[in-house]
Design a protein around this ligand. Structure first.
Ligand code: SAM
Length: 218
């Protein structure tokens, strides 16, 4: 079966299950070719709703988990987004599709080889101009381009890294898996005018660890 048909079936299922809720997320999932973000020998599994290995012991998150995170972010056209944990670059492409040419997605990856691969994937999928991939410890954020309207962490953090709160605009939304190495809950937090966070814990999840100064030791 063609990738476009497999993609359509997956999106239909995520809509039916109530995971994809908004039109913008649905359209982005229909547009971004996940097969270009997984290793070539795993392309036939690109539209299974499961995480897949991408090398260096890391994974591309399952489509339903990307959908949950992106829905929680309440993305709109023109927003400045920071992602911590580029991985394959797939989620960055989904977010860039929603924020449009007037928006920008910065994404930080600690493993240089993965960042390079993600740049190539993004280029192949047509998102190179809208996503900037940075190599570094994203637990410290990316102060060079702050402040951000939205921040998403795609690796498990022991707690929300304080630099990310600083780099978020008042009224901005942060989404991150927070917990121990074996189980986390997806936290959604809105930054209040006084600089504090209004946070609530959502679904249980399992992510690879955020390794860095405000994450876990490597
Ligand atoms: N969003 C990615 C995608 O669409 O493919 C999946 C991300 S994967 C689950 C988590 C990524 O976070 C891994 O690539 C890992 O190397 C990265 N990571 C872990 N700690 C990090 C840190 N301190 N700074 C930046 N990236 C980090």
């Amino acid at each position: 079966m063609e990738y476009a048909e497999l993609r359509r079936r997956l999106v239909e299922r995520l809509v039916r299950e109530g995971i994809i809720k908004s039109r913008s997320v649905r359209e982005a999932f229909l547009k971004v070719p996940r097969e270009l973000f997984v290793p070539e020998d795993l392309r036939r599994a690109a539209y299974d709703d499961t995480p897949l290995p991408i090398g260096y012991g890391q994974t591309i998150s399952a489509p339903h988990m990307v959908a949950i995170m992106v829905e929680e972010l309440e993305l709109e056209k023109g927003l400045r987004v920071l992602e911590i944990g580029t991985g394959s670059g797939y989620q960055a492409a989904i977010m860039a599709e929603i924020t449009g040419p007037e928006g920008i997605v910065y994404t930080v990856e600690r493993i240089p080889g993965l960042a390079e691969k993600a740049r190539r994937n993004l280029e192949a999928a047509g998102y190179a101009g809208r996503v900037e991939v940075i190599v570094g410890d994203g637990s410290k954020g990316y102060p060079e381009a702050a402040p951000y309207d939205r921040i998403v962490v795609t690796a498990a953090a022991p707690s929300i890294p304080p630099p990310l709160v600083e780099q978020l605009k008042p009224g901005g939304i942060l989404v991150a898996p927070v917990g121990d190495r074996y189980m986390q809950r997806l936290v959604k937090a809105v930054k209040k005018r006084d600089g504090s966070l209004d946070a609530r814990s959502g679904v249980y999840c399992l992510f690879v660890p955020l390794i860095g100064e405000y994450g876990w030791p490597g």
